[in-house]
Ligand binder design. Structure first.
Ligand SMILES: *Cc1c(COP(=O)(O)O)cnc(C)c1O
Length: 363
């Protein structure tokens, strides 16, 4: 799937759940000359990117391009989507970050919190929304800290029943790997970053805002300058960005979107599910348990419990000595778990090789 190159390590051994491994032709696509960021050339480039990005998000709406990491668009979600009160669904480190961003932006934030490793039940959301009015709900689709996939379509369906509540989705390890249907599921705002399931270098973020989100944004003050979605949208109408975009990353994106189109989104989702399923099956073979419950396992990241006597950093260190990179657990799960990011451009064959080496390390 990837061309080898003399100055780059062989593809297929780097399984962090972000940044993920970038194929050599995508890396090389960055080496193109600069262009003026207001001229016809950049407009042509941005226009060429839109159809592929819309397919990735499964939307008819314009896909907003931000030269920031994904956290920038999490902040944009709050600043443009909530005037006063936010309900944050928290089941891990990144969903907790969403709540913290809400507070840092001066919003009143309540949380529905469940243990790390669990998902949020639609009934729990319904219960809270029926007791108090909120401007917005924040949720993480694929919790990268635990490998849990939240039932986004069902949660969105609940949120939609409550007038004035916007449903803001961090799908940073979802979009490009897990099934996401922005329009079909009625999501008000969905965001991702370049360096996860999109398998690009870090530094770009992408978001789609529904009409309700743009209407909310239009009526809000105090949004600041950099993450005002009105500015993103009005510039995108002219195929431009509000300020100088990360051009080199957009060159890489153009190449990656061509590769993604060749595989097709359904094909991509299927490949990720196959990698997830193989990881789970292998864990059973070697006697490790998967942190997430069977129906809520992310197609892009698996968090494995190591059991007594093993430490996450020790296992990742031993893997590194053998030339393979995986992650230890996140935050409080650092010692007791490891995480395999089987996302982006990895294949089942490469995963199989990785699991073989991991099996030797654990034996
Ligand atoms: C990586 C990640 C983020 C943060 O992304 P940055 O690009 O580092 O800002 C947010 N949410 C989730 C679920 C992530 O996996």
């Amino acid at each position: 799937m990837n061309n080898e190159s003399h100055d780059l390590p062989p593809f297929g051994r780097f399984f962090l759940p972000g940044p993920t491994e970038v194929s050599h032709d995508v890396l090389r696509a960055q080496a193109q000359a600069m262009m003026g960021h207001r001229g016809p050339d950049v407009q042509a480039l941005i226009s060429r990117l839109q159809p592929g990005l819309k397919d990735v998000f499964q939307t008819e709406r314009p896909v907003l391009l931000s030269s920031s990491s994904a956290t920038g668009l999490m902040e944009a979600a709050i600043r443009n989507g909530a005037e006063r009160s936010v309900l944050s669904l928290v089941n891990g480190a990144f969903s907790d970050r969403f709540a913290k961003i809400g507070r840092a932006c001066g919003r009143e934030v309540d949380v529905v919190e469940v243990a790390w490793g669990e998902h949020v039940e639609p009934e729990a959301l319904e219960d809270r929304l029926s007791k108090k009015a909120y401007d917005a709900v924040t949720v993480v689709h694929s919790e990268t800290s635990t490998g849990v996939l939240n039932p986004i379509a069902e949660l969105a369906e609940v949120a939609r029943r409550f007038e004035g509540v916007l449903f803001l989705v961090d799908s940073v390890t979802g979009v490009g790997g897990a099934e996401v249907r922005t329009d079909g599921w009625g999501l008000d705002f969905v965001l991702t970053g370049s360096q996860k399931a999109m398998a690009l270098p870090p530094g770009l973020a992408f978001g789609v805002a529904a009409d309700a989100m743009m209407e909310r944004s239009a009526g809000l003050e105090g949004k600041g300058v950099y993450f005002d979605l009105m500015a993103f949208a009005s510039n995108l109408e002219k195929s431009q960005t509000p300020n100088t975009p990360a051009l080199s990353l957009m060159y890489a994106l153009e190449t990656q979107l061509e590769r993604m189109a060749a595989e097709g989104m359904e094909g991509r989702w299927t490949r990720h599910l196959a990698m997830r399923d193989r990881c789970v099956e292998w864990a059973e073979e070697v006697g490790l348990s998967v942190l997430a419950a069977p129906d809520y396992r992310s197609p892009t990241v698996t968090c494995l419990e190591l059991g007594e006597g093993r430490s996450g950093p020790e296992v990742t260190g031993a893997m590194r000595e053998r030339g393979y990179v995986i992650a230890s657990g996140y935050g409080k799960l650092k010692e007791g778990t490891i995480r395999i990011g089987h996302m982006g451009d990895h294949t089942l064959e490469e995963l199989e090789e990785l699991l073989g080496v991991l099996g030797e390390v654990l034996a």
